[in-house]
Design a protein around this ligand. Structure first.
Ligand SMILES: [Fe+2]
Length: 401
């Protein structure tokens, strides 16, 4: 069996090694020779936002990300401004329309701030697209080279749920800061200590909310078109509260670097959080991004001090004797978790700590999870009920429950 030990260019830049990644995001070894759509890892998450200039500053000052590249009118791009930020191996690109006729502005009118592209680094763009096409995928951008003084990037894009896409990128022959068309750019301000602080290291998973009754079609899409395999499966009762329910299945790339849980609403007595998302995003889209950290306590303390709001966890969660019995020993006293509202889950492989923010923008749509894994390859199944009850209280406060 040949084992893939390749790091993405972002992971190398972040000085992450395979052991750290295994701990942070639960990598597994696999045979990439037999993979019809080999994926090295995440390339970038591209967002369409109402004001990229201010959003980029927000992610630097609040989330501690580092500005590394820029594209806009000054660089010959008259359509939009785009800011490329990174934290560890995580790369976010924030795009906002400049030209009143920019398609980005139409996208933003329909969906609000959200993820337009979950881009993946691959070793062979043509092989991936040939396979995807043969399996019936919608190819949005044909494989082509883009070139500048830093080298050549080969890239293409295929459609996934809603108006979301997966760009695939081979950057093995490229040394520039992001892509041709972008120039290197650093912050105009001095950070707190003059250096970015890396509050999160890697992207763990990106969850997609899809249409009622279509989750299995999208699982099949990732199986057939992108060669992803099924991980844990959660259905019905697992994620039901007294009032609402959802169904969720998880697919992953061969090495588990890229994990996509897919949710659909399920019938309940009231509207679920997935229904609320679909109404306000205007269809399927990325629901949450899980950011892996090796010190969730510090990350939560820093973000909370800067005004990020997290979903409150009911005090009863920590008093529940069943929880204490279920989670066993974790690295910090439970009081440290309680004071921050951090959730714990344990399975046969280990445990994980997690917490969820409130929606990031004006619409009740995309949000973040922070996750610190200690062996567990799961997604916090044991926390779903406690968590969804907290989400429903928030939905009720917004008048959407
Ligand atoms: Fe998650």
């Amino acid at each position: 069996m040949s084992i893939d030990h390749t790091l993405t260019s972002q992971e190398r830049l972040a000085d992450l090694d395979l052991d750290q990644l295994r701990r942070l995001v639960g990598l597994v070894e696999y045979d990439h020779e037999g993979d019809p759509f080999p994926v090295t890892g995440w390339d970038a998450v591209v967002w369409a936002v109402g004001n990229a200039t201010q959003t980029a500053l927000h992610y630097q000052l609040v989330f501690g990300m580092e500005l590394v590249a820029y594209s806009g009118p000054e660089t010959g791009n008259r359509d939009h401004q785009a800011y490329v930020l990174r934290s560890g191996a995580v790369r976010f690109v924030f795009q906002g329309g400049v030209d009143p006729a920019s398609p980005l502005l139409d996208h933003h009118r329909r969906h609000g701030d959200g993820v337009v592209d979950i881009a993946l680094e691959v070793p062979d763009v043509d092989r991936c697209i040939a396979h995807a096409r043969a399996q019936g995928a919608t190819i949005l951008v044909e494989p082509h080279d883009v070139v500048d003084e830093h080298g050549t990037v080969r890239t293409a894009a295929l459609a996934t749920y809603g108006e979301t896409r997966h760009t695939v990128v081979d950057r093995s022959r490229y040394t520039g800061p992001y892509l041709p068309g972008y120039v290197a750019r650093t912050a105009d301000h001095a950070g707190p200590e003059g250096r970015p602080e890396r509050l999160f290291q890697a992207l763990d998973h990106v969850v997609g909310n899809v249409e009622l009754g279509r989750m299995d079609e999208w699982v099949d899409f990732y199986n057939r078109i992108m060669g992803f395999t099924n991980m844990a499966e959660f259905v019905g009762e697992d994620i039901a509260t007294e009032y609402s329910a959802l169904m969720s299945k998880v697919v992953a790339s061969g090495n588990h670097r890229v994990k996509f849980p897919l949710n659909e609403p399920a019938a309940g007595r009231r509207r679920s959080q997935i229904d609320e998302y679909l109404d306000f995003y205007g269809g399927p889209g990325a629901q949450h991004l899980a950011l892996a950290t090796d010190d969730i306590l510090r990350t939560v303390d820093v973000l909370r001090a800067r005004g990020i709001r997290f979903l409150p966890t009911p005090a009863s969660y920590y008093d529940d004797p069943a929880l204490r019995a279920r989670i066993g020993e974790v690295r910090v006293p439970i009081e440290e978790l309680r004071s921050r509202g951090i959730l714990v889950d344990r399975d046969e492989d280990g445990y994980l700590l997690q917490i969820f923010t409130k929606p990031l923008g004006d619409r009740p749509t995309v949000f973040f999870e922070l996750i610190e894994r200690h062996g567990s390859l799961g997604f916090g199944k044991g926390n779903f009920k406690a968590l969804f009850e907290a989400i429903e209280r928030e939905q009720a406060r917004r008048g959407n429950f």
